[in-house]
Structures are given as structure tokens and as C-alpha cells.
Design a binder for this molecule. Structure first.
Ligand code: COA
Length: 119
């Protein structure tokens, strides 16, 4: 799936390398005037240093240049770091999918969020 994503014609994939190693990445897809964050991750030893903020800011600038009006994503309701990141970057909550993600003890909600790139 990852390999297919990396060569997809409607994909936007960004990475940050430190000392030659990939330490942060974001994978996005776009169709017409909408885009979606598929995955974002930063290596534990590089977290809380602004890498994800840099990745999403750069991605939004590129998406705005492509005429994308809306960038969307889904995140587990318990994922505090990711929710903090998205809120800090201006994403707002559009709704929830109740019990969407399985957990070790049951299910948890998916939070649906979006932002207008560049605006
Ligand atoms: C979520 C994740 C990508 C954030 O990456 P990061 O590089 O550490 O984030 P940044 O340093 O750019 O943080 C930017 C802002 O996000 C928020 N944030 C980041 N980590 C946070 C945390 N642990 N708790 C609360 N807010 C957090 C803060 O507002 C932060 O700004 P500040 O440092 O000035 O306060 C990272 O924690 C990660 O890889 N998690 C595991 C994978 C994952 O959950 N991906 C998301 C799936 S939807």
C-alpha cells in the first residue's frame, strides 16, 4: 500500500531527513479541489521539535498552489498529540464517526477535521 501511495499520480508525499535518515513524513492524496491526509508520522526522538508542523505547513502551501479548497483527515479521538497538532494548524472538527476504530477494549470515535489550505 505504501509503495502504491508513493507513486500515485494524485499523491503528495513529503519527508524530512536528518543526517540522511527519514525522520518525518506526510502522505496526502488529492482529487479535484479536495485533499486528504492519509498518514503522518515523526520518529519518537524527533517529536515535539516542529517537524510535523513544518510538513503540514509545506503540504498546505503546495495544495493551495494546486487549487485545493479543503484538506481533510480522520484521527482517533484518543490521539492527543495528533489532535493538538491539527488544532494548532487551524483544522476544525467537522464531526465524528462513532466507534469507528477498534481498540483493545472496544471501539473509539474517529474525529473528522478539515482546513482550507493557505487560508
Ligand atoms: C502527531 C505527530 C505526527 C506530531 O509530530 P511532531 O513533529 O511531534 O509535532 P510538532 O512538534 O510539529 O508539534 C506541533 C504542534 O502540535 C501540537 N502537539 C504536538 N505533539 C503534542 C503532544 N504530544 N501533546 C499535545 N500537543 C502536541 C502542539 O500544539 C505543537 O506545537 P508546540 O510544540 O509549539 O506546542 C507525532 O506525535 C507522531 O508521529 N505520532 C505518532 C503517529 C500519529 O499518531 N500520527 C497521526 C495519525 S492521525
Amino acid at each position: 500500500m505504501l509503495r502504491a501511495r508513493l507513486v500515485h499520480s494524485r499523491g503528495l508525499n513529503l519527508g524530512i531527513f536528518c543526517d540522511g535518515d527519514l525522520q518525518g513524513f506526510v502522505l496526502l492524496s488529492h482529487v479535484l479541489d479536495e485533499a486528504e491526509v492519509l498518514q503522518i508520522g515523526v520518529a519518537p526522538q524527533y517529536q515535539r521539535a516542529g517537524l510535523a508542523r513544518q510538513l503540514l505547513t509545506q503540504a498546505q502551501a503546495q495544495l493551495a498552489g494546486l487549487g485545493i479548497e479543503r484538506l481533510m483527515l480522520e484521527v482517533r479521538a484518543s490521539n492527543r498529540p495528533a489532535l493538538g497538532l491539527y488544532r494548532a494548524l487551524g483544522f476544525i472538527e467537522d464531526g465524528r464517526r462513532r466507534g469507528y476504530y477498534p481498540t483493545s477494549t472496544g471501539h473509539e470515535d474517529a474525529v473528522l477535521m478539515s482546513v482550507r489550505p493557505g487560508g
